[in-house]
Design a protein around this ligand. Structure first.
Ligand SMILES: *Cc1c(COP(=O)(O)O)cnc(C)c1O
Length: 397
């Protein structure tokens, strides 16, 4: 790179002007490099590459389109290094497999993505890893659950679907005093709204499948952190294989160009809907960190530049009313995904959180009347009218 100070640029610019790898054709839009391997100029060059000289060898290791995405996301997260993966779960697995070993102990928030709970609690448990699940927002509970062999803290903030906020500075302090890494799944905020590394986190993971794609087209993920912490993650990927496809990398790379703009609209529409829902007689509670009524509104304001696109609310009348609401809307989709241009409704108690016991669900506050909205990019007035239609059906049910 030349002497231009790229670090002085703002996120909107970094998301568009970094990670560009062009060819001699002079194309303006980033090219896709759909190649599994690379040809060498000579036998000696092949030997040198295999001996570790910089350069491409095989796309399980490196690919220019994937590298472009990694550089652009690293610039946005303020990270030294980024490793792209085939999915968000592959990013989590790569971090766990490269930074933990049998006999280690993990502290994880109870309110993480359900599949991550399965990965830690079922799969990795069979390989001798122990995990204790604790309350995200109760920093003292994390301190109390520490063991001499605790090596890693794992959390998401805001949590899904209850939008609880973790105090990142405090948890980083607790983790580091215990020689443990703080790993934050930043899928919900994206680096546009929150940069966990700035608050002391060591590693950030993403499901790029959500807001980074932004239009629900493909799966991908990433892990970010210092070069030293990412080195074993990349080594794991080279050997185990869940690398990102160059075709998907191109979609994510282009997705990053509009991420700031999209997040701004997601947040604006989400706040408007949350405020409106709060005033509706059929609604008993609304969970959104941007509401002054949110118990951790001040902490969210401190850690995030805006409050995100996920709004959760409780409709009066339990599951029957929640389902009546979802079945009556005409614009919003019913799906378990999020971070899409299309607004998506989810009934957590019967889908994403359906496999956990009713008692655990109740303890987590996930009642039968709860509906999660991933607020999309449609006109906010149309969304509100759609929700009004849903609420009218909920109260008639
Ligand atoms: C979707 C999601 C994941 C898993 O990502 P995939 O790309 O589906 O593998 C992990 N964490 C969070 C917060 C998610 O929303």
């Amino acid at each position: 790179m030349d002497e231009f100070d790229w670090g002085s640029l703002h996120p909107e610019t970094l998301g568009i002007r970094t990670g560009i790898h062009t060819t001699p054709e002079g194309e303006h839009s980033e090219p896709i490099f759909p190649t599994s391997s690379y040809a060498f100029k000579s036998a000696a060059e092949a030997a040198a590459r295999f001996a570790g000289e910089p350069g491409n060898v095989y796309s399980r290791y490196t690919n220019p389109t994937v590298r472009g995405f990694e550089e652009r996301l690293a610039a946005l997260e303020g990270a030294q290094a980024c490793v792209a993966t085939s999915s968000g779960m592959a990013a989590c697995l790569a971090v766990f497999m490269s930074h933990l070993k049998a006999g280690d102990h993990v502290l994880a928030s109870r309110a993480i993505f359900g599949t991550t709970v399965q990965m830690l609690g079922n799969i990795l448990a069979r390989w001798g890893l122990e995990t204790t699940f604790v309350d995200l927002a109760d920093s003292q509970a994390w301190r109390d659950a520490l063991r001499p062999n605790t090596r890693l803290f794992f959390l998401e903030t805001p949590s899904n679907p209850m939008t609880e906020i973790a105090d990142l500075r405090t948890l980083a302090g607790i983790a580091h005093a215990a020689q443990a890494l703080l790993v934050v799944d930043n899928t919900f905020c994206t680096p546009v709204l929150q940069r966990p590394l700035d608050f002391g986190a060591d590693i950030v993971v993403h499901s790029a499948t959500k807001y980074i794609d932004g239009q629900g087209r493909c799966l991908g993920g990433a892990a970010l952190g210092s070069a030293a912490l990412m080195e074993p993650v990349r080594a794991f990927l080279r050997t185990a294989g869940p690398s990102m496809s160059p075709l998907n990398a191109w979609i994510f790379l282009k997705g990053l160009e509009t991420l700031s703009l999209r997040m701004e609209r997601h947040c604006r529409s989400a706040l408007a809907l949350a405020e409106w829902l709060q005033g509706q007689p059929q609604v008993s509670r609304v969970f959104y960190p941007g509401l002054a009524s949110h118990p951790q509104h001040a902490l969210a304001k401190d850690q995030q530049t805006d409050f995100g696109g996920i709004v959760t609310f409780e409709v009066k009348g339990g599951q029957q009313a929640a389902w009546a609401f979802m079945d009556a809307v005409r614009i919003c989709s019913i799906s378990a995904n999020l971070g899409d241009a299309k607004t998506i409704l989810t009934h957590p108690a019967s889908t994403t959180h359906g496999r956990i016991s009713p008692e655990a669900r109740a303890a987590a506050g996930i009642t039968d009347g709860l509906v999660r909205i991933s607020v999309g990019l449609e006109d906010g007035r149309d969304l509100q009218a759609d929700m009004a239609r849903g609420l009218a059906a909920a109260s008639n049910g």
